[in-house]
Design a protein around this ligand. Sequence first.
Ligand code: ADP
Ligand code: MG
Length: 677
Amino acid sequence: MDRDICYLKGVGSARAKAFSKLGIRTAEDLLYFFPRGYEDRSVTKNIDDCEAEETVCLSITVSSAVHETRIRKNMAVYTMTISDETGSMNAVWYNNRFVKNVFSPGAEFVLYGKIERARGKLQIVNPIYEKAGEAKYTGKIVPVYPLTGGLLQKNVQSIISEALKSIGEIPEYLPEKLREEYKIPDINFSMKNIHFPDSLESYSRARKRFVFDELLTLQLALFSQKDVISKNDGIVFKDISGGNLLKNNIPYKLTGAQKRAMTEIISDLKSGKQMNRLLQGDVGSGKTIVAAMTIFLSHRNGYQSVLMAPTEILAQQHCESLNEIFKGLGINVVLLTGGLCAADKRFAYEQISNGLADVVVGTHAIIEEKAVFFKLGLVIADEQHRFGVSQRARLCAKGVNPHMLIMSATPIPRTLALILYGDLDISVIDELPPGRKPVQTFAVGENMRRRVYAFLEKNIKEGHQGYVVCPLIEETETLDLSNATQLAATLREKFPKISIGLMHGKMKPGEKEQVMEDFSRGSIKILVSTTVIEVGVNVPNANVMIIENAERFGLSQLHQLRGRVGRGADQAYCILFAHGSGEVTKKRMETMCASNDGFYISEQDLKLRGPGDFFGTRQHGLPDMKIANLFKDGDLLKMAQDAAKKICINELLQKNDEYSALKKRVDRIIEKAEILN
Ligand code: ADP
Ligand code: MG
């Protein structure tokens, strides 16, 4: 299996090079290079039953010679008549003079190609052809591989077929018991049928095997940190009363979704097991108050809590919110960020270790690094994108199995959440607080720019603020993108009386914070920035967001950005400048304009990504999926997860020899996957 592919028949140095571009070097790589689809050439159709636009297999007799027609200088059409018992039609090839030498009247062939309508009549266009009885590429289900330049389907098919033959028996790595339990076919059947299925039924069994295989291995890799899986004993929070005390400080009623999340959290806190919960909720859904209530319970039970934010600005904002919510309750909220001066830091550390700090709010980094807690009972992480398993484990070590709550504002489809957080319980806040006006979103072209700027100016004159966001600029692609610096200069020229701030990734943290603070206070009216503002800043007075080159952003990211406006009482607007006229771009922009629901948008995002795009796993730090479709394979994922949990709990990878081959594969994933480090 680990032999270089150049030992295979049909692979010369040119093809080997083309394969290596696809990441294929060994025979094993080649076998795990799965088709992206299949053409069912197994059933032949009657000519009479053909319909326009379908792709069919025909078993025919040639009934005329091939006629050549020159339609212009570089274009010749080759036409012949074909027939079967039910009727006749034309077969047509463009610029393929070879066909003249292939066909003669009376010969029997199998054709496979697309039926099109021309001048009212059906014809088969550019079909592939094989002599009847010698079928290698027709009369069966044929794989279609995700190829790039330099390789032809036909060649790859025969090279893979060759590889299967020369390798012979492939060693099985999924233990028989496991396969029996989950009705998973063995590796040899599966490998043959994923490439060259005998029938659609065999194909779907083979696919089931590899999807299960892939998800199981990934899941085992994610579970590889042992104590993540088996739930630790946890602190019992006995006193869960006192909600009334806090209620007086909250000027609104909780939404149904917030209440539900709180009920789920409380049941964890009482259970005697460590809470490991993900709180998912769209931007603005009100996660902070849920966090605050949980912190409050921790305090009532005599424990310290920590709330971690991805940036200093967010930590500061959380600190302010908590102080507001806890006003008059005698809870000491301590801020700990890299920006504090040495003396303040020392003072903070002191309060944390002697227990005077009831709640510590800070950035991930600094808390992980140095803080020593007196009696830590609750860790809350406000997560930006992802939060690795090992990172969680390090935090747990700061207390004795403190309860963990991870807040995520990146709505992701349930299946992806299950993979990324397979070891967590999930609460979803799927309801926005009442009275929120959905942000009105428009996708526009360059021709609208003047009107868009006039609209921005009008809103600023009415006392509002606005964001203008540009994609991050890679050094290699400066020209065609609106560069934030340039754009700020243009806007300053255009609106000399309006104060315009600029923020980009290359600025020092201190500078960024200054700009952000000025914007927050209102002394900056328009903030031009790269995506650095994505993180959950809260400036309710900003009601216009303009996004340049919106086609460059993922939908979830656009949604995240849009969440920066619409936080106040007034109607907010998001304007997307989108370039390019591709169908997908159009659909993506339509989705943004039509919906304000982050979960819906993230599902559409997955749907709209083409097959080669691996369903957005990369952005979450997961390895590429070769075959599993996180959008569709929810059931198999559950099975794989179930299997993985059993394997982990019984430590089968470590203790059972039958699992050693599987363990090797898991270890290989661990080496490669970024999320596991
Ligand atoms: P996020 O989930 O993005 O962290 P926040 O917790 O910042 O959202 O809440 C967004 C805004 O909604 C805050 O100003 C908060 O005070 C307000 N809010 C939260 N819950 C409710 C509610 N049930 N009713 C009304 N307003 C609420
Ligand atoms: Mg938040």
